[in-house]
Design a protein. Structure first.
Length: 128
């Protein structure tokens, strides 16, 4: 869709809003990923992400970026066109979740429908 911010553009805007240069952010993300046993992440890779020359990174790297940038990891993961690992784990473990998701997709819910479902789920959970 025209006018939508790309993943790379969003990362750049968040980085600049935090007054971080690419090298500093890349080093911080790399440190987070290495603590979790992940792969490297360098300034060249970050530059390519911001300029849209590579696909968005793994969900682990996106989560590390979000933490360093004070951003919502789920929002960035969605912008990258990926699915949070917890969603896959939930769908794998719960037949009810799979049925719910398939039904919601089949019904072609609008954004308003999704918001209503969230409100209804919260209301029902509070009533228990």
């Amino acid at each position: 869709m025209a006018g939508e911010e790309t993943f790379g553009e969003r990362i750049r805007a968040l980085r600049k809003a935090r007054n971080l240069d690419q090298r500093t952010l890349a080093e911080r993300v790399q440190a987070r990923l290495q603590q979790e046993g992940g792969r490297g992440f360098d300034v060249t890779y970050l530059s390519k992400i911001e300029n849209g020359r590579v696909d968005p990174p793994s969900t682990a790297a996106i989560t590390a970026l979000a933490e360093e940038l004070g951003a919502d990891a789920y929002e960035l993961i969605a912008l990258a066109g990926k699915v949070p690992p917890s969603v896959g784990e939930t769908l794998k473990a719960s037949e009810g979740a799979r049925i719910f998701y398939r039904t919601a997709v089949d019904l072609r819910l609008t954004e308003q429908d999704w918001q209503h479902l969230v409100e209804e789920a919260r209301r029902r959970k509070r009533q228990r």
